[in-house]
Ligand binder design. Structure first.
Ligand code: IVH
Length: 679
C-alpha cells in the first residue's frame, strides 16, 4: 500500500472503531457484531505495528493498556474536587430548596436532578479535543495520575466529537461497573481460582488503581460524566447545567439517561421517589440522587461552604450494605429438609430495617466466603431480598492470641446429622444443598410442611401461624396436615396464649379451608419442585387428583413446563405410602374441590404462553386479568425473563416494563390483551 493510502486506512479504522465504541458504550446501541469489531481492531493493530511512525495517542489500540508504572504521579487539581452535602429525608431536601430560594431571593427554583453514581470520582482533562490527563479525586486537592488506565476505559472519549469543541475542558464524573458485567467478571475470577470482588464499587476502585494498565483494560469499567470543572470560552455560553450536560453528550461523553429538570421541593420529591423505585432496575448501583440548581449564574451566586457547594446536595437512599459481627452460625431445616446456614448478627440497620439474621445460602457459600463466628461482615439487604452476608472483613477476624496468626474460631462445618431430629444428612455430589433425611419424622420439616399447607396460597388457614404450629408439633398434637381436621376446641384452648375465642376462630378457618381448588391442594402438599405455577399446570392438565396420582413420570412430562426433575419429584411423592395415606385422610375429613375431566390442553389458545402483569390496568384488576389468561391456558409469572412471551403494562408500570423493553418482549395494553383473549 502506498504510504498515503496506509495513513488514510488507519484514520478510517480509528474513526470506525471509536464510532462503534461510542455506539456500544455511550449510546447503548451496538452497531456491529463483536467478531466484526475484532477484525477491524486487529487490522488497525497490524497496520500500526508495521508503521510505527503513524502511532497516535488517541488510537483505540491504546485502550488495551501500555507499559506498567512503578507508581502513580501526582496531579494537583486546579479546581478542587469537593464533596456534596447530604439530605436523608424529604424534609431535608425541602430545607435545601428553602435555603436556595432565600439566598437567591426567588419564589421557585429549577433543579437539574441526576442519579448519584456509586463509583469513584475522576477528573478528565481535554486539550484541543484530545484526552491528555485523568486523575482520581484523592483528598480533593491532589489525586493520582491514572491517565494510562483511563485510556483503556472504552466509554471515555480519547478525542471529542461534534462541534464547537473548547480548547480546554475538564470534565468530572464517575467510574463504575455495571452489575451484570461485574457478576460476569467475578465468575471469570472464580473460574480461574482468583480472588473475587465484594461489590462493583470496590472492583472499580481496585481496577482503576492497577499499576499495570493491561490489567485495567481487562476490567469492565464504565464512565459517566456529571459536571464540568473548567471550560474555555464557547459560544453561545451555556446558561443551564442541563444544557452543559447536553453538550457533554454531543462531545461524546456518556450521561445517565435518568436526568431531569424539575421545579421546587415537590419536583425534587417526585424525582427521588421515581429513582428510588427504579433503583434496582438500573444497570449500575446508585446510592441516592443529586439535585443541582440548574441556572449556572445562580450556582455562582450561591457559591460554596467549606468543602461543599451550596447549590447542590445529595439525597441519599437508605444504605443497602452495613458492617456487623457474626454472633453464631445456626443451621435451619426447611420444609424439604434443606439445611440452610444462617448467620446470627449483632443487630444492624440496613436497607431501611433492623437485621439480625442473614442467610449464608449453603455450605459451599460459607466455605467460599469463609464466614466464621466473631467475624465482622458486610451484610446486604436490597429491596425485598432476604438479607445476606456479602463478605467478611478479613483484617478484623479475632485471633487466638496476639503473637500467632491463628484464628480464634475454626472454619464452619455443616453438621453430619440433622440439628433438629438427628437423622443423617445427605448431600448428592451434584447438588449444593444438603438435606435432612428425616422427612416428616423431623419436627422441623413437619412444622414447615404444616405452615406451607396452611399458607395463604395453599389451603389458606388464617391464624395458623408459626407459634401455634410449633406448639402443636412439639406437644405431638398434630403430626400431619390431616391431624388439623381432628382438632377440637379443648385441644387448642389448653395451648399457650390461646383463649377459647381464638381457638374457635382457628377451628372456623380450618373448617373453611375444606372447600378449596385442586391447584391449591396440589400446591399445599409441598411436593419438592412443585410451586404454585406447576400446581396450576398439573390441575389443569389432569383435571382430578386420582389421574395425577396415577400418572407415570413419562406422562407427567407431557404437562407443559414439567421436565424430568419435576416429574421424578412428583412420581416419588405419590409412591410414598404415607403421603397417599395423608391424602386419603384429608379427603375423608371433608377436604374437597371441584373435580373435572382433564383439560384438552392442546386446544387452549394461550397454552405454553407466559405473561407478566405490571402497573394498573384501566378496568381489569390484576387478579381478573390473571384469571382470564389462565382460563385460556396461559401462565402468569411474577418477573420478566427471556422466557416471558407478553408483558401486560398499565399505568405506572415500572422496572418490569423496562426490562421487557430491554429484552424486546411484546408489550400489550389492556385493549390489546382483551383482543388476544377474545380471538
Ligand atoms: S456533583 C462539587 N453529581 O458524589 C461537587 N457528584 O459527595 C460536585 N457523585 O465523589 C459533585 N454522582 O463523585 C455530582 N450526579 C452526580 C454524582 C456525584 C456521584 C459523587 C461525586 C463525589 C460525591 C460527592
Amino acid at each position: 500500500m502506498p504510504p498515503a493510502t496506509v495513513a488514510a486506512r488507519i484514520a478510517h479504522l480509528r474513526a470506525e472503531i471509536e464510532r462503534h465504541n461510542r455506539a456500544y458504550y455511550v449510546l447503548d446501541a451496538p452497531t456491529i457484531p463483536d467478531a466484526e469489531y475484532d477484525r477491524l481492531f486487529r487490522e488497525l493493530q497490524a497496520l500500526e505495528a508495521a508503521h510505527p511512525e503513524l502511532a497516535a495517542s488517541d488510537s483505540p489500540t491504546r485502550r488495551v493498556g501500555g507499559a506498567a508504572l512503578a507508581e502513580f504521579g501526582q496531579v494537583i487539581h486546579e479546581v478542587p474536587m469537593l464533596s456534596l452535602g447530604n439530605a436523608f429525608s424529604a424534609e431535608e431536601a425541602a430545607a435545601f430548596d428553602r435555603r436556595c430560594r432565600e439566598a437567591l431571593g426567588r419564589d421557585s427554583i429549577d433543579y437539574a436532578c441526576e442519579p448519584k453514581f456509586d463509583g469513584l470520582a475522576i477528573s478528565l482533562l481535554y486539550e484541543d479535543g484530545l484526552f491528555v490527563r485523568g486523575a482520581t479525586r484523592g483528598d480533593g486537592f491532589s489525586g493520582e495520575d491514572v491517565t494510562q488506565n483511563l485510556r483503556t476505559v472504552r466509554s471515555i472519549p480519547l478525542r471529542l466529537t461534534g462541534e464547537a469543541i473548547p480548547a480546554r475542558l475538564e470534565v468530572r464524573g464517575e467510574v463504575l461497573m455495571f452489575r451484570a458485567e461485574f457478576e460476569a467478571m467475578n465468575e471469570r475470577q472464580r473460574a480461574r481460582g482468583e480472588k473475587e470482588f465484594v461489590n462493583p464499587r470496590n472492583a472499580a476502585a481496585g481496577s482503576l488503581r492497577q499499576l499495570d494498565p493491561k490489567m485495567t483494560a481487562q476490567r469492565p469499567l464504565r464512565f459517566f460524566a456529571y459536571g464540568v470543572a473548567q471550560i474555555s470560552a464557547v459560544s453561545p455560553a451555556p446558561t443551564f447545567h442541563s444544557e452543559l450536560m447536553e453538550r457533554l453528550g454531543a462531545w461524546g461523553f456518556p450521561l445517565a439517561s435518568e436526568r431531569a429538570v424539575v421545579t421546587g421541593a415537590a419536583g425534587l420529591a417526585t424525582y427521588y421517589e421515581t429513582l428510588a423505585a427504579q433503583r434496582h432496575a438500573l444497570p449500575y448501583d446508585i446510592d441516592g440522587v443529586v439535585y443541582k440548581v440548574n441556572r449556572l449564574a445562580d450556582q455562582e451566586t450561591l457559591g460554596f461552604v467549606s468543602r461543599a457547594p451550596r447549590f447542590a446536595i445529595a439525597h441519599k437512599f437508605p444504605a443497602e450494605e452495613a458492617l456487623t459481627v457474626v454472633e453464631a452460625i445456626d443451621v435451619q431445616v426447611g420444609r424439604t429438609g434443606a439445611l440452610t446456614p444462617v448467620a446470627r448478627l449483632v443487630p444492624v440497620f440496613v436497607g431501611g430495617v433492623t437485621v439480625t439474621n442473614a442467610t449464608l445460602h449453603n455450605e459451599d457459600e460459607v466455605r467460599r466466603k469463609d464466614v466464621r463466628v466473631g467475624d465482622t461482615v458486610i451484610v446486604r439487604r436490597a429491596g425485598d431480598v432476604i438479607p445476606e452476608v456479602v463478605a467478611i472483613v478479613a483484617e478484623k477476624r479475632p485471633l487466638k492470641d496476639m503473637f500467632g496468626a491463628e484464628p480464634l474460631h475454626p472454619p464452619f462445618e455443616l453438621p453430619k446429622v440433622c440439628p433438629v431430629c438427628r437423622s443423617a444428612v445427605e448431600k448428592p455430589a451434584d447438588e449444593a444443598i444438603a438435606r435432612c433425611t428425616g422427612g416428616l419424622f423431623c419436627p422441623a420439616q413437619r412444622k414447615q410442611a404444616l405452615l406451607h399447607f396452611a399458607s395463604r396460597r395453599a389451603l389458606d388457614i388464617e391464624g395458623l401461624g408459626e407459634k401455634l404450629v410449633e406448639q402443636l408439633v412439639e406437644q405431638h398434637v398434630v403430626k400431619t396436615p390431616a391431624d388439623l381436621y381432628k382438632l377440637g376446641v379443648l385441644a387448642l384452648a389448653h395451648l399457650d396464649r390461646m383463649a377459647e375465642k381464638s381457638a374457635a376462630n382457628i377451628l372456623a378457618a380450618i373448617e373453611r379451608s375444606k372447600t378449596t381448588t385442586l391447584a391449591r391442594f396440589i400446591y399445599a402438599l409441598g411436593i419438592r419442585n412443585v410451586g404454585e405455577a406447576t400446581a396450576k399446570d398439573l390441575a389443569r392438565y389432569f383435571g382430578n387428583l386420582d389421574a395425577l396420582m396415577q400418572a407415570s413420570a413419562d406422562e407427567l412430562q407431557q404437562v407443559p413446563d414439567v421436565g424430568p426433575v419435576v416429574a421424578a419429584s412428583i412420581a416419588h411423592f405419590f409412591a410414598e405410602a404415607h403421603n397417599v395415606e395423608v391424602i386419603e385422610q384429608l379427603r375423608a375429613a371433608g377436604v374437597h374441590w371441584p373435580e373435572g375431566e382433564p383439560a384438552p390442553r392442546a386446544v387452549l389458545p394461550l397454552a405454553g404462553k407466559t405473561f407478566v402483569l405490571t402497573g394498573t390496568l384501566p378496568t381489569l384488576t390484576r387478579d381478573e386479568a390473571k384469571e382470564r389468561i389462565e382460563a385460556l391456558g396461559g401462565r402468569v409469572a411474577g418477573s420478566v425473563s427471556k422466557k416471558t412471551d407478553f408483558v401486560v403494562a398499565g399505568a405506572e408500570a415500572g422496572s418490569k416494563l423496562e426490562k421487557a423493553q430491554q429484552l424486546g418482549i411484546t408489550i400489550l395494553d389492556e385493549p390489546q390483551l382483551m383482543e388476544l383473549l377474545t380471538t
